[in-house]
Design a protein around this ligand. Sequence first.
Ligand code: DQA
Length: 147
Amino acid sequence: NRILVLNGPNLNLLGTRQPEVYGRTTLQDVETACTSHGERLGFAVECMQSNHEGTLIDAIHAAKGVQDGLVLNAGAYTHTSIALMDAIASVELPLIEVHLSNIHAREPFRHRSYIAPVAVGQICGFGAHGYILALDALVEHLGKKRS
Ligand code: DQA
């Protein structure tokens, strides 16, 4: 039982980056909370962050056959990356899309997600707690699939 929590560009700056938008929780805090919550759910949670599109794609490829599912905050690549969308579609692993902010209440260019069509679902607007909601949703989805 394994889940990969993947964070994209600029999320390494969480806590100090536009805290009025993204909150004061650091990426380290988010990752620690995900690992602990995973343990409660009976899943080993692995966390990784990269500012590089290709590195994120490599991580998605490497997850195939290793992880049971993914939680992804692709940052701004959400709105631009057909390559990430294709990578997710290629590995056929369930993925929950997460955003700290409510992307639909922000600039029009953030309303479009290339991740959404290949995700089980999208969670946005709940700050760092969104990652916990995403883990719950993924585990629930995996349970349904197995039964
Ligand atoms: C984000 C929303 C994106 O539009 C933005 O580019 C980010 C963070 C979020 O978590 O709210 O980098 O994914």
